[in-house]
Ligand binder design. Structure first.
Ligand code: ADP
Ligand code: MG
Length: 315
């Protein structure tokens, strides 16, 4: 199979019904229509084998996750996913692998009517780059910089499961559950959209809450007091770890793809209503304070020394 056969067979779908795609796959570039009054929101993330996913990860899961991590970034901006492009670097042409990869990526794409409009294909060590394109009403994107003293700090879902799947898989009693949380993150798209006009700031948690919350605090020039006992941990993780280990996973392990956001305390009822409407648990874990320090508080005192996963920090 040559490059064009691969694209035609595995990636080209009929997009003629999409009115906002003037030109999809097949020309030198795609052409799309951004509706009047909307802004384009762009996010790009790369997954590299053995860095972002283990060597033996199923192709369907790689496909799903490559798009999921990008939709998670759009969610954190309050954007509606519309289109995406895909750059695929493959060591060889394995038709079964391509079939499975494309079924994984399109499975998630179809959940949000996100349309693949182009990409690139080349030979080399396995790596997948997706750029997701979303829309948001002009001026409505939710940024990291709007948190204010007194705001409540929330996280969606539960934290630490994906990290547990990566680091302690062997002794996991509920292996299927943890692997699913690692390989099939569900981007919080509906929650993200509901945050427009409600949250003062938001970020998606890709590198662990400790580091990602710090990004909100840096951008907003404030601090936070977090009640460690309130961190939402799944029953499965609570079952297989003690609370110190669960906490370490939640704060530093990464790969959760939940949202962390801040909301004025006076609007907490609206968040509860939204949690009920979206079916996603939203938990208050603390509050924003004016002094620029981040404190992790437990009944026994303050925790220190937590750091997020960083690619270039050498650990
Ligand atoms: P060029 O040589 O101009 O870079 P390509 O041969 O790379 O063009 O791509 C031809 C067409 O196929 C383009 O429309 C491009 O966006 C699309 N395409 C290439 N690779 C992919 C892919 N992995 N997924 C989807 N579309 C792709
Ligand atoms: Mg090209």
């Amino acid at each position: 199979m040559n490059e064009f056969d691969i694209i035609a067979r595995f990636f080209q779908r009929d997009v003629s019904s999409a009115e906002d795609v003037t030109l999809g796959i097949g020309d030198d570039a795609a052409v799309v229509r951004v509706p009047e009054g909307q802004e384009l929101v762009l996010a790009m993330d790369t997954l590299v084998e053995a860095v972002h996913f283990p060597m033996n990860t199923a192709a369907e899961d790689i496909g799903w996750k490559a798009l999921a991590v990008n939709l998670s970034d759009l969610a954190a901006m309050g954007a509606v996913p519309r289109w995406f492009t895909l750059s695929l670097t493959l060591p060889e042409v394995d038709e079964q692998w391509l079939e499975n990869f494309s079924s994984g990526i399109f499975e998630l794409a179809s959940q949000y009517d996100a349309i693949l409009i182009g990409g690139d294909l080349c030979r080399g060590p396995l790596a997948v780059t997706v750029q997701a394109h979303g829309l948001v009403a002009a001026g409505q994107a939710v940024m990291r910089s709007g948190a204010r003293a007194g705001d409540l700090v929330y996280v969606s879902g539960t934290l630490g499961d994906a990290g547990y799947a990566l680091t302690a898989m062997a002794k996991a009693a509920d292996k299927e559950y943890f692997l699913r949380r690692l390989n099939r993150p569900q981007p919080r798209v509906a929650v993200g959209q509901a945050l427009r006009g409600l949250a003062s700031s938001a970020i998606d948690i890709s590198d662990g809450l400790a580091g990602d919350l710090q990004h909100i605090l840096d951008a907003s020039r404030c601090g936070a007091r977090i009640d460690v006992d309130k961190l939402p941990v799944s029953p499965a993780l609570a079952q297989v770890t003690d609370s110190a280990e669960a906490c370490r996973m939640a704060l530093t392990a990464g790969d959760d793809y939940e949202l962390c956001f801040t909301v004025a305390a006076s609007r907490a009822a609206e968040v509860n209503k939204m949690a009920a409407e979206t079916g996603v648990p939203l938990t208050v874990i603390g509050e924003i304070v004016p002094e620029t320090t981040l404190k992790w508080l437990t009944p026994a005192g303050e925790l220190t020394g937590y750091r997020a996963f960083e690619h270039f920090s050498g650990h």
